[in-house]
Write a protein that binds this ligand. Structure first.
Ligand SMILES: C[S@@+](CC[C@H](N)C(=O)[O-])C[C@H]1O[C@@H](n2cnc3c(N)ncnc32)[C@H](O)[C@@H]1O
Length: 387
């Protein structure tokens, strides 16, 4: 059940609670085996991705109105139709394939492919790299049902190919990667980890060490500051750099440059949980039943990319990126006097570009190798210099 301070949250069903209990036991066993403490990053990895039990690996509904949160592609067709214009530009520049990372329900794949089909600009293959077996099945079912004629172009991958050329797209994937949590004390830097007592998890601090200490020390934070660091997202960028021979990666997520991320006023970090459209900050409850996310540090990504041989090709907020890609033209394809069709699209546009909704908090970063043409999404308002 949600703890007392979250008693306003909807109560999970008996089945959901039993499922959560199985995951709690698995994590508690690992904590015992590790000597009584695991890092928060390991807890988050298991809570989200433990095979068959984690939030993303198991059957929770997750996306959309009946789930826990709504992503840009889940809000409607407009996001995919607009992004397709950027995809067309890169495919026309000779890129053979599209690779989507973490495709969720499969809606972005469906919307992009349907639009690319209409524009007669299909990629040779649409590759999907997805860690969750359950989501792969959902993606497969959606694409086979709604775009059966394109089924042979869609290929699911278990890992990044050894060497590949593609336009890589990842929407809200980096924020699902495990983060470490550190707290700066007068005497040094602690890492916050997780302990278990009778199936209940608690926070427990230890002196930070190794990579976590090295990254945290560089941030020069004031005593009392608690925040996340992201070695897993950085490692992911290094893996991309190792395998991408030619192409562009467009990574879309909420987050900031380091200067804003580690601002003195953000002294409790950005960790957030989503459960049935309620956002709260306690990741140690509702284990396996709620999403756990942290904002992305785009400066760290850009630095890692540069150190791994990738070029920073663009950085803009989502509003600027979608406007550059032509969201207003896509919206204008539907006549405004056709209210039943136009009004939902206008509401999607508002959600995607309004600074009060997703327009400013969400950013798009483009990383590339052996790909030089300018990218439509960054022709105006490119903020690479802020990273
Ligand atoms: C927040 S959901 C976003 C889904 C979808 N992109 C969207 O925008 O609706 C995160 C997705 O990333 C997947 N994922 C998480 N970590 C991953 C990783 N290391 N590699 C590939 N996919 C991952 C999850 O299974 C899930 O499909």
């Amino acid at each position: 059940m949600p703890p007392a301070h979250l008693s306003h949250l909807p109560a999970p069903s008996a089945d959901a609670l039993a499922h959560s209990q199985r995951l709690v036991s698995l994590i508690a066993d690992e904590i015992t085996a590790a000597g009584g403490w695991i890092s928060f990053a390991r807890y988050m990895e298991l809570a989200l991705h433990a095979p068959g039990l984690g939030y993303y690996s198991a059957g929770a509904r997750k996306f959309g109105a009946a789930g826990d949160f709504v992503t840009a592609p889940e809000s409607g067709l407009l996001f995919g139709q607009t992004l397709a214009r950027q995809v067309v530009e890169v495919l026309h520049a000779g890129m053979p394939d599209v690779m989507e990372l973490g495709a969720g329900s499969g809606r972005l794949a469906r919307d992009l492919l349907a639009e690319l089909l209409a524009l007669d600009c299909l990629p040779q293959r649409y590759l999907i790299l997805e860690t969750s077996a359950e989501l792969r099945e959902r993606q497969r079912a959606l694409l086979h049902r709604e775009l059966p004629q394109l089924a042979s172009r869609v290929v699911w991958l278990d890992a990044m190919p050894a060497a590949f050329s593609a336009l890589v797209i990842g929407n809200e994937v980096l924020d699902a990667m495990p983060v470490h949590i550190i707290t700066v004390r007068d005497h040094g830097i602690d890492e916050l980890g997780v302990t278990a007592t009778a199936g209940t998890f608690s926070w427990s601090a230890r002196p930070a060490a190794g990579t976590v200490l090295a990254i945290a020390s560089e941030l020069e934070l004031a005593s009392g500051y608690t925040t996340e660091i992201h070695p897993a997202a950085d490692a992911f960028v290094r893996t991309l750099a190792t395998h991408l021979e030619r192409g562009v990666a467009l990574l879309i997520d909420y987050g900031f440059p380091a200067r804003e991320y580690y601002h003195p006023q953000r002294a409790s970090g950005t960790l957030m949980c989503h459960y049935r459209h309620h956002a709260h900050a306690d990741p140690l409850c509702l284990t396996g039943l709620q999403d756990i996310t942290a904002h992305v540090d785009f400066s760290s990504l850009a630095k890692t990319a540069a150190a791994s041989g990738l070029e920073l090709l663009g950085y803009a907020n989502q509003a600027q990126f979608l406007i550059n890609c032509g969201i207003t033209e896509v919206l204008a394809r539907t006549p405004a006097d056709h209210a039943a069709a136009y009004l939902p699209l206008a509401a999607q546009a508002q959600q995607l570009v309004s600074p009060a909704e997703m327009g400013e908090l969400f950013k798009v970063i483009a990383l590339g190798r052996n790909f030089s043409p300018p990218l439509l999404g960054f022709v105006r308002g490119d903020k690479r210099h802020t990273l």
